[in-house]
Design a protein around this ligand. Sequence first.
Ligand code: C2E
Ligand code: MG
Ligand code: MG
Ligand code: MG
Length: 292
Amino acid sequence: ESKSEGRSKLKLFDPVTLHSRQLQRQIVGDLREGIRADQLVLYYQPIVELATGNIEGCEALVRWNHPVHGLIMPDQFIPVAEATGLIAELGRWVLRTAMRQLRQWRDDPATQQTVFSMRINVSAADLQSLEFVDDVRDVLLAEGLSPDSLVLELTEGAIIQNNELDRYTLMSLRRLGVGLEIDDFGAGYSSMGYLRKLPVDRVKVDRQFVKDLGKDPSQLEFLAAIQQVIRSCGLEGVWEGIETAQEAELLRSIGCTSGQGYFFGRPLPEADFLARLKATRGHLWPIPEGFT
Ligand code: C2E
Ligand code: MG
Ligand code: MG
Ligand code: MG
């Protein structure tokens, strides 16, 4: 995380203090109010096609601009939202806001050359709501965007609950034509078997696997094997947590096609992301002078 993001982290939201019901109730109250008062903001981080260095998508990452406490990171309020049911409202806001944003970029002559898809993170609770599929369909229609403009990122935990309703929702989303991606693959107790069974078309490999690349030569062989498994299941692999040019080069050398990480760009608020898109015309690797 960047320094400014780190500084704004709050003791108030430590999981330990969240055990207090009173405090939790207060945060929930704040968050409900915050969603309605437009205090949530989306930051956007590019996903890059490793063969060309061009942007192929961006991930919308939510932050809470709290009037008193400043910028609060998602790890500190998403769990609260999930535990209280506020996540449905939050999820709808993220979906609507991100797709409206994509529509604007497509309409802007300065950025429409860089046309790409939007990735949003979806909670387990979203998959359990029957309205979720309708929400997705409605937003795409309202913005005049094709289903392949949207990729939903789902953690293994969210998909693997083996709940019939989840399966039904996933199949409906798939039929609708939106992309489905497993996020943070390998972070939990993942089973390779799921890669063949789940109705997804992409896998985002957890950033822990990229972290040791460069230090340990045998790690590259390991990652090449993972990439091969993903490919053999007919899926696309996306590699997250790329922080250096060396990591990007090594991943490209073993046939990885998509990457995301601080090396290509940190998550940025809309105006900064737009400025960078314009300055680079969507070509993010090598990073031009003047950008860090
Ligand atoms: P995620 O979906 O795995 O998102 C990637 C996280 O890794 C982001 O943290 C991003 O800032 C960070 N990251 C990106 N590149 C690098 C890198 O090169 N190095 C390192 N060390 N980190 C990198 P962030 O924004 O704090 O989000 C944390 C998590 O919160 C997300 O993990 C996602 O699970 C959740 N989240 C974020 N936005 C939403 C949302 O709108 N809805 C839901 N349900 N969850 C969200
Ligand atoms: Mg994600
Ligand atoms: Mg991830
Ligand atoms: Mg994560």
